[in-house]
Ligand binder design. Sequence first.
Ligand code: GLU
Length: 310
Amino acid sequence: MEEVLAKYVGRLAPSPTGALHLGNVRTFMIAWLSARSRGGRVIMRMEDLDHPKDKPGAAAGALEDLRWLGFDWDEEYVQSRRRAIYRDALAALRAKGLVYPCVCSRRDVEAAQSAPHQGEQLHYPGTCRGRFADWRAARDFAGRDPCWRFRVEPGTAVSFVDAFAGEYSQDVAGKLGDFPLARDEDGAGYTLAATVDDMLMGVTEVVRGDDLLAATPAQILVARALAPSGVRPSYCHVPLVVGRDGRRLAKRHGDTRIASYRAAGVEPGAIIGRLAASCGWCEPGENASLGDLLGVFSLETIPHKPVVLV
Ligand code: GLU
């Protein structure tokens, strides 16, 4: 009988909303090393459902930058080509009565499309819960396609142990209420698409920035609803790179785009070395390749506070 070993599957999930910068790469480096240091697989998943924030050319640019830095992966997916899969998942949730149509404001609905980076989540008071007999009634009322919300029963809370951030609990009913999953039938947002993909792609550990820690309980609820006895990934949320002002790294902090370093003749080893030093895996000023770091990768040495690199 063939022995089936539980295999680590990790993923890199860039959103093509801008050029790849030092901050994104630090998180991807940790995710990639977490997988490869255990002989695991790496999935590349382009999360390009966020029109109009997605920028033309950003997806191809991110892949090119990552390859130049030495990243590799075993499978590649593009979310915009997987809409039928998300539609089916939504239909499954409808059939279980776990989602309902909602005609509330555009802002609310738009909030569903992007990954809700820290502080961006809204609480929904449940206005449309039980309001319409079915999708058609909601559509007739609004004169446009309603969005779909996930039903969060009163008192619902989720707790899990994060490999980096430790114990985390959220009163999902109190903090989010019924959260949005899709702009319309075909308009899966981040929570639905990322959850379905993590399940179908067999992801065993999600390593990402800790601005998405608060988005995780909603994903756990959706995963449980879709596959009550399915295997869940574990989570590892690592601190973000911030500017000196303590805000998430962005253009205002100067040009930290990988493409700009590359154009200026900076070697990939200098970039990886700098990021690795910020994780305690080499000395500041040392060059390193991803391969060099396989043996020294550890979550233990990563500082538990946001990192300032510029
Ligand atoms: N695509 C998301 C982002 O770049 C990350 C989502 C995730 O890792 O779950 O913000």
